[in-house]
Design a protein around this ligand. Structure first.
Ligand SMILES: [Zn+2]
Length: 311
């Protein structure tokens, strides 16, 4: 707290009988009044309203303090002890007009810089078409944000459509991509958002990239032959079942394949068909020798590998 200077001004027409009341009321040491209004009321046998009338009609306490940034003196005045207390709090952060103006210019410049930075990042996001990185649900949230502009209206309409965590995570994700800009309160609450006109006007043409599912064609076959548990008829197969492959498998003509069949512990069989050229390019797995691998050996190792993987 600053060291304030005080000057008590008393109206020259004040009746003499009030002078001691006024002086006692405004007696101040440090930044504290020596006498409470209640003790003055008792001493002079007057009520609060009369005391305040006497004080406010005849006197004023002037305060002088330095601007917190420079040496300029700022003055203020108070008409009562309680008013003085609240004035003191504001005096503690008081700045002169000049300092205030300089500061507001600085704040405006800083804000402009920040706005420019955000705008450039948002323009870059458009150039890089970052919405393409979104999945369909995230993309829909972005589109409704572009349509709504008003955060309250947007959340009221869109929030119930999504899982809560996903909804909020997406909003922060969109902010991270600079597709939107979130306006936050000092305590970090979202109070609104901005989107660029440049993005909004393209809303109709925005599209996400459809994830291309890679079409892999396998040229080898591995599957289990399930042991028939109710195997009792003469012509019934020992192994039978239904199998669905989730990939296309092509076995080419005029290509050498090696096949292997072996028993599984539970009685099932395992069959594997693999092109020879794949085995040729397969590195030796166990031997430490630098010798080139014989196809037979590679075959054994390959089947061993398949067997330990189960199906
Ligand atoms: Zn100043």
């Amino acid at each position: 707290m600053q060291n304030y200077k005080y000057v008590l001004e008393v109206d020259s027409s004040t009746e003499n009988q009030f002078l001691s009341i006024i002086n006692e009321y405004w007696e101040i040491v440090g930044n504290k009044f020596v006498n409470l209004p209640s003790s003055i009321e008792i001493k002079y046998d007057i009520d609060r309203q009369i005391l305040l009338d006497i004080i406010q009609k005849n006197s004023v306490l002037k305060l002088f303090a330095n601007c917190i940034n420079c040496e300029v003196t700022i003055s203020g005045f108070t008409k009562s002890q309680s008013d003085f207390k609240s004035k003191l709090r504001s005096f503690d952060t008081l700045k002169c007009t000049d300092c205030k103006q300089k500061e507001s210019v600085r704040v405006i410049e800083l804000q402009k810089k920040q706005d420019n930075y955000v705008k450039n990042r948002m323009l870059l996001a458009i150039t890089e078409q970052r919405w393409e990185q979104l999945n369909e649900m995230e993309f829909n949230i972005l589109k409704s944000m572009l349509q709504f502009q008003d955060f309250k209206a947007f959340t009221k309409s869109e929030h119930p459509k999504y899982e809560k965590k996903f909804f909020w995570r997406t909003i922060f994700h969109l902010e991270g991509l600079f597709l939107i800009y979130l306006k936050k309160s000092e305590t970090g609450f979202i109070i609104g958002y901005k989107t660029l006109f440049e993005l909004k006007e393209r809303i109709g043409e925005l599209k996400i990239k459809k994830v291309k599912t890679e079409h892999v064609i396998l040229d080898k076959l591995n599957f289990r032959l399930v042991k028939n548990k109710i195997f009792n008829e003469f012509d019934e197969s020992e192994f039978s079942g239904i199998i669905t492959f989730n990939q296309e498998i092509i076995l080419k003509p005029n290509t050498k394949y090696s096949y292997g069949v072996w028993n599984k512990l539970n009685g099932d069989m395992h069959i594997s068909i693999i092109p020879l050229n794949e085995l040729e390019s397969k590195p030796k797995q166990h031997s430490l020798s630098n010798e080139p691998i014989h196809i037979q050996e590679a075959l054994r190792e390959y089947y061993k590998y398949i067997k330990t993987r189960g199906n």
